[in-house]
Design a protein around this ligand. Structure first.
Ligand SMILES: Cc1cc2nc3c(=O)[nH]c(=O)nc-3n(C[C@H](O)[C@H](O)[C@H](O)COP(=O)(O)OP(=O)(O)OC[C@H]3O[C@@H](n4cnc5c(N)ncnc54)[C@H](O)[C@@H]3O)c2cc1C
Length: 423
């Protein structure tokens, strides 16, 4: 370590860990302050006492085209913790008709898979794919529903489950340009960019523990149970102290602060900061059951309550994205568990009346609402203060709320620290 300054990173989610990793690898002295007793934020695993097993707070799908994810796994030494699919293979089932099909993309940039009935979505034609690609040219105010024909088989069986999972926002309100940005970096890179990466054990074992180990090996300090409640800032934008609930940390003039906390907390600390303020929930239902082998590890569901089911060792989990759309039905947790199980019993050919032990987890503010209006409220990493950078999936990453976006925001914050301190 040659540099005597300290970079104080507030928040130990994907964005904060990404910033910490980048800065630590540039020989910067880092301290991470996390309010919870664990790191990972919205991307973590934990032991569930009732189910007697570890579960992820939510199913997370990342693809080989997520370059920031790939870099992060490599730099934190976590590459061996994921299973990388060798081909982009997405199994689906229509719960209304019982039909099953596999979307098998080819690896090159030219998507000839759409011309092969065995590789494309059942009941679709090649021309359907070409007309659906209009959303790639969407303007910043266009919604997904305004750019796609939402009554087509292709939409119902492919775009809808993908778009709602990727944006966590209903198509009528979701930003088409955010979807286009995401798809350009996955589907746009051909099949090779669309191979799923799945943690072998859990989110924490892949995205958190290896990074914390690397940070500590490089002399980084991680302080759990440290909740930031305010900052002292001079009128010309120099942060001089961090006020935690139990103590105050003075910030030397050469130090930097990276604020990698959720948007609503950031706004409490910087009241005039414009940030996304509308959110969408995700409900996950976990079942303690050893399901039949699923070669992909997941299946897309059409016509059910959930869009995706993930099969792990001893646990089957479903994700219900944009879960607010069911709020007015006031469904109780047990009703969710039984109703979703009826869907899954069809997938696995099991008894719909015998719901296995379950856990329903609702993340109320899982992501910001990926609408055109909310997208315009995302601040850049540098807001003009002398020694402050912002990070988080809600900052201006051009992607929706995703691990990829959060990790990129951390990289951007680290670059901001290095660039502005040099200048
Ligand atoms: C159920 C669910 C499913 C998802 N599925 C996917 C998916 O399939 N693919 C995908 O790419 N993304 C998915 N996401 C989104 C992804 O998890 C998030 O985009 C990402 O984890 C956000 O990281 P972050 O660091 O920006 O924010 P956070 O994870 O919210 O991290 C912020 C951290 O700051 C801490 N903190 C808060 N206040 C303070 C304070 N005052 N002082 C100190 N620390 C504080 C928090 O405890 C937290 O650890 C999903 C999210 C959820 C919830």
């Amino acid at each position: 370590m040659t540099n005597p300054r300290t970079i104080h990173i507030i928040g130990g989610g994907m964005a904060g860990l990404s910033a910490a990793l980048q800065l630590s690898l540039m020989d910067q002295k880092i301290v991470v302050y996390e309010s919870a007793p664990y790191a990972g934020g919205r991307c973590r695993s934990y032991y569930d006492k009732d189910l007697d097993c570890r579960i992820d707070n939510g199913n997370h799908l990342v693809l080989s085209g997520n370059v920031a994810v790939q870099d992060y796994l490599e730099l934190s030494g976590a590459q061996e913790t994921v299973t990388r699919h060798k081909e982009p293979f997405f199994p689906f089932m229509d719960l209304d008709t019982g039909e099953r099909w596999n979307v098998r993309m080819n690896n090159g940039l030219v998507p000839w898979w759409i011309f092969d009935p065995k590789r494309r979505v059942a009941g679709t034609k090649p021309k359907d794919y070409l007309s659906a690609s209009h959303f790639l040219f969407a303007g910043e105010d266009d919604t997904v529903a305004s750019c796609m024909k939402t009554k087509t088989t292709l939409y119902k069986r492919f775009w809808e489950p993908l778009a709602i999972a990727a944006l966590n926002t209903e198509a009528e309100n979701a930003s088409a340009s955010l979807l286009a940005n995401l798809f350009t970096q996955s589907f746009g890179g051909g099949g090779a960019a669309c191979c799923p990466l799945l943690p072998k054990i859990g989110l924490t074992e892949t995205f958190v523990t290896p990074c914390l180990t690397t940070l500590r090996q490089r002399g980084g300090d991680i302080k759990f149970g440290s909740r930031l409640r305010a900052m002292d800032v001079t009128p010309d934008g120099l942060v001089t102290a961090l006020d935690f609930t139990s103590h105050v940390v003075p910030i030397a003039p050469q130090d930097w602060v990276v604020l990698a906390i959720p948007s609503w907390v950031a706004q409490e600390i910087i009241p005039n900061l414009l940030v996304p303020s509308d959110f969408r929930a995700i409900t996950n239902v976990h079942y303690r059951i050893e399901a039949p082998h699923n070669p992909a590890g997941f299946t897309g569901l059409v016509g059910g309550l959930a869009e995706w089911v993930f099969v792990k060792q001893g646990v089957v989990s479903v994700t219900i994205s944009a879960a607010n759309r069911y709020d007015d039905q006031q469904i109780e947790q047990e009703e969710w568990a039984n109703a979703v199980w009826e869907n899954l019993a069809k997938v696995f050919d099991l008894d719909p009346a015998k719901t296995p032990p379950w856990r329903v987890v609702r993340e109320k503010r899982a992501t910001f609402a990926a609408t055109p209006a909310q997208n315009k409220m995302r601040p850049a990493a540098y807001i003009g203060w002398k020694n402050l950078a912002l990070a988080g999936d809600w900052t201006a990453t051009s992607l929706p709320s995703t691990i990829e976006g959060a990790l990129r925001s951390g990289v951007k914050a680290a670059q901001t620290v290095m660039r502005w301190s040099e200048g």
